[in-house]
Design a protein around this ligand. Structure first.
Ligand SMILES: NC(=O)c1ccc[n+]([C@@H]2O[C@H](COP(=O)([O-])OP(=O)(O)OC[C@H]3O[C@@H](n4cnc5c(N)ncnc54)[C@H](OP(=O)(O)O)[C@@H]3O)[C@@H](O)[C@H]2O)c1
Length: 251
């Protein structure tokens, strides 16, 4: 009888891991999605959608489904779920792994201002005297910037936000990465961008804008990741996560 593995997902790493786990008949994979997206792409394996009901709800779920191991592969900016998973696993003794892509790091020539909150980001825009800003922060956090009506924004999102906040001066672009370096160079030049505001998501798909910014001496205001619980087991790649799973079977 295969053992149940719970994978907290919503990231490209979780989709990739689910694909790979399809080749492991000793595991029954249960993917968990928060349910933020209507009509989400379904990963390989069983999928459940929606919150568990806090730590208590997750503890109940781990017991009801006899979960043998949990992998927290939620997005680096998903601030709550990792804490709930850590607490529930400690309470039940379920082994858990944090799978997280490494953050981007500034290199020589980068002009980064690192901030911890959106209000620090607003202050940094003021301090830098920014005029034309590429806003690449997702759709949930736009409100603090809509109030800055003397700045012009190029707002890049995967899909239109609902509701759509009113910006005095903005152009909206809907596009999903990966973004090519030449396209990012052309965009920054054509729109005369002087500042990029983004989250430190890490990964290859959206990193080209940082290279193009470095080449042009464009400032980057980088929102750093929220705090996470210390995980005993951590992986930065799908392959490392698979190694952890293999060790569980044999260990
Ligand atoms: N935040 C981002 O920038 C971002 C970007 C890309 C993808 N995502 C994905 O979108 C999802 C939601 O993000 P968020 O920022 O709202 O998360 P969050 O703040 O960490 O979570 C808020 C609540 O949503 C529920 N939840 C979150 N992830 C879940 C999952 N994988 N399965 C079941 N319930 C989940 C939990 O509800 P209960 O307490 O009721 O269990 C959690 O307490 C995550 O799965 C994340 O991987 C987030």
């Amino acid at each position: 009888m295969p053992a149940n593995l719970l994978l907290l997902g919503g990231t490209s790493e979780a989709y990739a891991l689910a694909e790979r786990l399809a080749g492991y008949p000793e595991w029954h994979l249960i993917n968990s999605l928060a349910g933020r997206t209507t009509d989400p792409r379904l990963p390989a394996g069983e999928t459940r959608i929606g919150g568990f009901g806090g730590v208590e709800g997750l503890v109940r779920y781990l017991k009801e489904r006899s979960i043998r191991a949990l992998i927290d592969a939620t997005h680096p900016f998903a601030a709550q779920m990792g804490w709930n998973a850590a607490a529930a696993c400690r309470l039940t003794g379920v082994p858990w792994l944090r799978l997280e892509r490494p953050p981007w790091q500034p290199g020589p020539g980068d002009l980064w201002v690192r901030v911890a909150t959106w209000s620090e980001a607003v202050a940094a825009l003021r301090q830098l005297g920014s005029r034309r800003v590429l806003l690449a922060i997702g759709r949930q956090e736009l409100a603090p910037f809509a109030a800055l009506d003397d700045l012009w924004f190029l707002i890049r999102l995967v899909s239109p936000p609902d509701p759509k906040p009113e910006f005095a001066q903005a152009e909206w672009v809907y596009a999903r990465g990966p973004f090519a370096l030449d396209d990012e160079r052309a965009l920054l030049d054509a729109q005369r961008i002087d500042t990029i505001l983004c989250k430190n998501s890490g990964g290859e798909a959206t990193a080209a804008k940082l290279v193009a910014a470095r080449e042009r001496g464009i400032r980057v205001i980088m929102l750093e990741r929220p705090a996470r619980p210390q995980a005993l087991a951590q992986a930065t790649t799908v392959e490392a996560a698979l190694n952890w799973i293999r060790a569980l079977q044999t260990g």
